[in-house]
Design a protein around this ligand. Structure first.
Ligand code: ADP
Ligand code: MG
Length: 323
């Protein structure tokens, strides 16, 4: 019942950024090539995610708001080879249960779309419209019906900053998806017209220039490690510029950050950290991504291979730049 839903809300809704994360991951799971994100007041007042993905039929839309419904997992074996992000079927229904939501969607086979109006999990209206394929989810007044929990949301500026940081990771990670990100009416990021990961890095870190960027690639039979690091002189005083993705998921795992930094060796002065975008692709059976509820940590079956590979890849990129 309701109590269970409110407990689930504590896991899914840890801040406006976590709502955005679930919605954008759904858009990517739906095969979107363009995702528009808009927030107002850090997301506390308003969050919108619009995509051009597969959309949903009326039945699917209704079902998506029910707890524990997912279209993404058929058998328990699927859990091992999971390539989509969501699979618990909890996010949308949980977010709907603690907000006012408009869910508008047009399915692949449909020309008629439906908008479901939801308040605290209850569908209170259904309207039909003609529109382009895809889905738009709008979330108003997050946690309005759990005032005690709403108090735990951070200030507008902190919530907004966390959303922006999350958008940076999406933009870097999914470089074949276009993103438009609007915050309080201002366009913050628009990837349309950019070509490739370098352009995206330069958009996010305007302090860098193209010649600071060193691409690298290291491939073995069981993994591929590639990305960009910056010249040792282009550094930061914290690790916020180190973006590491494992099979498309952003991770914060100090072993990986250390391996990256060790690749620089002496070239990196103490207290300085590089900018980096690192993509590690490995067989999903070699990695467990579900040990942390926010999925920021992963567990590798053979970590030494990965860490050595990363260090070696970065080292050779730095060496080549120096010679
Ligand atoms: P999960 O992603 O774990 O399956 P969610 O609660 O996030 O669970 O979503 C429930 C279901 O709603 C999904 O399995 C999917 O079928 C559908 N859905 C949600 N968002 C979208 C979207 N943007 N486009 C198409 N289908 C969606
Ligand atoms: Mg999901």
């Amino acid at each position: 019942g309701e109590v269970v839903r409110k407990i689930a809300a504590g896991e899914v809704v840890t801040g406006c950024y976590s709502v955005l994360k679930e919605l954008v991951e759904n858009s990517i799971d739906a095969g979107a090539s363009f995702v528009e994100i808009e927030i107002r007041s850090g997301g506390k007042e308003y969050i919108k995610v619009r995509d051009n993905g597969t959309g949903m039929t009326l039945e699917e839309a209704r079902l998506s708001l029910k707890p524990h419904t997912t279209s993404k997992i058929a058998t328990i074996e699927d859990l091992d080879s999971l390539s989509t992000f969501g699979f618990r079927g909890e996010a949308l229904s949980t977010i709907a249960s603690v907000s006012r939501m408009l869910l508008s969607t047009v399915g692949v086979e449909d020309t008629l779309g439906v908008t479901l109006e939801v308040t605290a999990g209850e569908v209170i209206g259904e309207k039909f419209f003609n529109g382009a394929r895809g889905t738009t989810v709008e979330v108003f007044d997050l946690l309005f019906n759990t005032p005690a929990r709403r108090k735990f949301l951070k200030s507008v500026s902190i919530e907004g900053r966390m959303v922006t940081e999350m958008m940076q990771r999406f933009i870097l990670s999914f470089h074949s998806v276009d993103f438009l990100y609007i915050r309080d009416g201002q366009k913050v990021y628009d990837t349309r017209g950019l070509t490739g990961i370098e352009d995206r890095v330069l958009m996010i870190y305007p302090e860098l220039s193209r010649r600071d960027l060193l691409p690298f690639k290291e491939e073995t039979r069981e993994m591929r490690i590639e990305g960009l690091v910056t010249l040792p002189v282009r550094t930061k005083r914290n690790r916020m510029g180190e973006n590491i993705f494992v099979n498309g998921r952003y991770v914060r795992q100090f072993e990986l950050n250390y391996a990256l930094e060790r690749g620089y060796g002496e070239a990196l002065e103490k207290g300085n950290f590089p900018f980096a975008v690192v993509f590690i692709q490995i067989d999903p059976v070699e990695v467990d991504v579900n040990i942390h509820p926010q999925k920021l940590e992963v567990k590798f079956a053979s970590p030494a291979t990965i860490l050595e590979g990363l260090k070696r890849a970065v080292r050779s990129a730095i060496r080549n730049a120096g010679s």
